[in-house]
Structures are given as structure tokens and as C-alpha cells.
Design a binder for this molecule. Structure first.
Ligand code: SF4
Ligand code: SF4
Length: 338
């Protein structure tokens, strides 16, 4: 396993980070053995969030006894001072720890939200205050719009940034990662499998591993999944393979969707999932998760063509900051059903 200095934190982080988001979905004993196995294998970066159901409590229950062995990152999605402070205090209690190594302001996608967070009454002041008291060691930010994150990290002081980086979402490479590198920040990539749609799995994990990031968090819920992720990072990525992966990422990201979720569909179509999985389906075929997604959403996807209010001007397209042709993509996706 590769270990690198995580920005200016002084921590040497493992290239594979443990994403704890899905642990609430498995029995506690399975979560416990998976976490201990990951630590035993040298994974030393654990990522969760106050909003991931009882994930923080599971970490507290299962591994707080090994607290010095991992860098603990959590998140608050509160925007104002008082509720962010309350949530950080709750996270400390739930994770049975006296310090959070990294407190990330979670899922910031709109300029107005950022303004609120950085205002006198904003969440950033709560994080800073907790840092001054020693309960938080570093402050980071996460979001789904890499070009906005690139702007914000240059304007305000953050120690780390968390972003999508996968074969279907390589967009952080354009401005965000170079900016974070210049600033000496910790760089955390997330969702290498983009929720389970991307394949082949080994290439999907090796892609962020081949790029200029310190750690990639992968959601894991079993020892087998930890083994699979570790195996994909067993050897370094040489130049030829990196070029192949970059070519594949170029092919798989032609949908241009950032998963920012600015769009919403009155019919209930999960637009980013359709956009992204359609490209994978056309180029590589779908994994079982993708097949199940298309089966489950058949009626909704077919309903797009008939939705009267979108006939002249698609409602979703008016909200997309990237002016993407979602209606056309959704209707083309409907051809899957014959
Ligand atoms: S065009 Fe289709 S996907 Fe877009 S909002 Fe209308 S029904 Fe939903
Ligand atoms: S289609 Fe546009 S608005 Fe919707 S998630 Fe993708 S980038 Fe965002």
C-alpha cells in the first residue's frame, strides 16, 4: 500500500481510505470485522458523515479502542453556526473520541450556500471554534461541482478537499486538483465505482490511484470488498496503463454530468444515474446493479417522452448549470427496453 503525506496535516495516509457510509446497512458484527480487518491491513483513513444514518456510532462502537491507528474524517451538512456546532459535538460523542481529525463542510454545491457557511453566523465559524479548542484538527470541504470548489479553496482557508474522481467523473482533474496541489491541501477522491455502475471494477479503482490524489475512499462493508480494493492497489500504475485509463475516462465521461443534482424531474427520473449509466451501457455493458437500475426505473424512463409540461421546454434542462441535453439522453435511454 502506498502512503503519502496528507497535505499539511502531518499524517501519512494510506492510498485506500475506508468509506463508512454503507456500514449501517449490514449487521454490526459484520461492520466490526470489516473495520478491524481494514485497520489490520494498514488502511488508516476512515471517512464518514453525521448524515450517514448511524455510521458514526458504528465507528465509535467498533474501533474507538484503536483510535490512534486512523485518521478520522467526518462531515457536517449544517450551514449555520449553532446547528453545525451542535452536530460536531454530537459527532464527537457518537464516535467516542475527543478529536475529529478532519471536519468537512459537506456537500456544498451552490454559491449562496457557501456564502452562508462563510458568514459570521455560518458553519465555518463553528468548525474553526472547535479547531481552536482542539476538538477538530483540520477543516475540509466537499461538493459535486469541481470548478466551484476550485474557486472556493483559493478564496478561503481549507486544509482538505473531497471530490468525485472516477472513470465516469474525471472532472476534478481540470482545475480542482491542480489548485489543491498548489495550495498544499489534502486531496481525497471519492466514489471510484460511482455508486456501483462503473466497470471493470479493478480499472475503476486503479484510475484515481493513478492520479494526483492522496487517498481514495471506497465504500466497503465486507472483508471481501476490502480485499478486492486492496488487490487493485497492489502494484503502482505505470505510464502506459495511466494513459489507457485516461483514455477510458475520456470515453466514459462524455455525458458531462457532474452529479450536482441541480436538476430534478417531476416524474422522478434519477437523471444523473441515467446519464452516466447510459454511457457505460453503450460502451461496456452493465453490471448487475446497472441492469437492476434500468429494470426498476423502466416506467419512469419511458414516461419522459409523454410528459406534457416538458414538451416545449424540458423542465430539467432549465436547471442544469452545464446546459446538458438531458431530455434527449433520457429518451434515448428508453430504447434499452426495445
Ligand atoms: S424532460 Fe424528461 S427527464 Fe427532464 S424533467 Fe421532463 S420528464 Fe423529467
Ligand atoms: S444533468 Fe446537469 S444538473 Fe443534473 S446532475 Fe448532471 S450536471 Fe447536474
Amino acid at each position: 500500500m502506498r502512503y503519502t503525506e496528507f497535505g499539511k496535516t502531518g499524517w501519512k495516509t494510506s492510498a485506500l481510505g475506508f468509506g463508512a457510509m454503507n456500514l449501517p446497512g449490514v449487521p454490526l458484527e459484520q461492520a466490526r470485522e470489516t473495520l478491524h480487518y481494514a485497520l489490520d491491513q494498514g488502511i488508516n483513513y476512515i471517512d464518514t458523515a453525521a448524515g450517514y444514518r448511524n455510521s458514526e456510532e458504528i465507528l465509535g462502537e467498533c474501533i474507538s479502542g484503536r483510535r490512534d491507528e486512523y485518521f478520522l474524517a467526518t462531515k457536517t451538512n449544517k450551514r449555520d453556526y449553532a446547528s453545525a456546532k451542535e452536530e460536531i459535538e454530537r459527532s464527537l460523542k457518537r464516535m467516542k473520541t475527543d478529536r475529529i481529525d478532519l471536519l468537512q463542510i459537506h456537500y456544498v454545491n451552490y454559491p449562496d450556500e457557501m456564502k452562508k457557511i462563510m458568514s459570521e453566523d455560518g458553519a465555518y465559524r463553528a468548525a474553526l471554534e472547535m479547531k481552536e479548542k482542539g476538538y477538530v484538527r483540520f477543516i475540509g470541504i466537499t461538493g459535486h461541482r469541481p470548478e466551484l470548489l476550485a474557486r472556493w479553496i483559493q478564496k478561503w482557508q481549507f486544509d482538505q478537499v473531497l471530490f468525485h474522481l472516477s472513470l465516469v467523473q474525471p472532472f476534478a482533474l481540470d482545475e480542482l486538483i491542480p489548485a489543491a496541489t498548489r495550495l498544499g491541501m489534502g486531496k481525497t477522491a471519492m466514489k471510484p465505482l460511482s455508486g456501483g455502475f462503473v466497470q471493470p471494477v479493478e480499472k475503476a479503482i486503479r484510475y484515481p490511484y493513478s492520479q494526483d490524489v492522496h487517498t481514495t475512499i471506497s465504500g466497503m462493508v465486507s472483508i471481501d470488498e476490502v480485499k478486492m480494493n486492496l488487490a487493485a492497489m497492489e502494484r503502482e500504475v505505470e505510464a502506459e496503463e495511466r494513459a489507457e485509463l485516461e483514455q477510458l475516462a475520456g470515453d466514459l465521461s462524455v455525458h458531462d454530468c457532474r452529479r450536482c443534482n441541480y436538476c430534478s424531474c417531476p416524474v422522478g427520473i434519477a437523471i444523473p444515474d441515467v446519464m452516466i449509466s447510459s454511457v457505460i451501457r453503450d460502451k461496456l455493458g452493465l453490471l448487475p446493479k446497472g441492469m437492476a437500475f434500468f429494470e426498476k426505473n423502466k416506467e419512469k424512463i419511458l414516461a419522459c417522452a409523454e410528459h406534457e409540461p416538458c414538451r416545449d421546454t424540458p423542465l430539467c434542462e432549465q436547471k442544469c448549470p452545464y446546459q446538458l441535453p438531458m431530455q434527449r439522453v433520457i429518451q434515448e435511454a428508453a430504447s434499452f427496453y426495445g
